[in-house]
Design a protein. Structure first.
Length: 137
């Protein structure tokens, strides 16, 4: 049984593109977390939310550049960055609401609930990025 060879208009294989999206996501998650650790160590206080916000200022542009170049093979532009920025901050409230619904209302343990949401939101982010942010014009 052969796997379908889904090729995008750009000539990229959809499975290869999604794989690169995953690798970039892992790399950017590590970059963001390391930035958080560094900033938190520097400010040495209970300002963990400030460290998270500041580390996001580092991680978001890096995520955009990595996704532009390595995933979607697109030229970075201010207009797509602003769309990416809007998209990148959107999942947090959604994640909070859905996690509370799964845990508080349905009684699902928080760890598997968040694992499910992480995978689901990652797939949604890929689809939104592919079809809304980095679409070929």
């Amino acid at each position: 049984m052969e796997r379908a060879n889904l090729v995008l208009a750009s000539g990229q294989n959809v499975f290869q593109q999604f794989f690169r999206f995953g690798l970039v996501g892992i790399a950017n998650t590590a970059i963001g977390f390391l930035a958080f650790l560094g900033i938190y160590a520097i400010i040495k206080s209970d300002k963990h939310l400030l460290a998270l916000i500041l580390s996001s200022f580092i991680a978001i542009p890096i995520a955009y550049l990595l996704q532009s170049k390595f995933v979607f093979q697109s030229t970075p532009r201010l207009s797509t960055f602003l769309s990416f920025l809007a998209l990148y901050v959107t999942p947090l409230p959604l994640n909070l609401v859905l996690l509370e619904m799964l845990v508080g209302t349905l009684g699902i343990n928080a760890v598997p609930a968040q694992a499910f949401l992480t995978v689901s939101i990652s797939i949604l982010m890929y689809l939104f990025g592919r079809f809304l942010i980095f679409r070929k014009r």
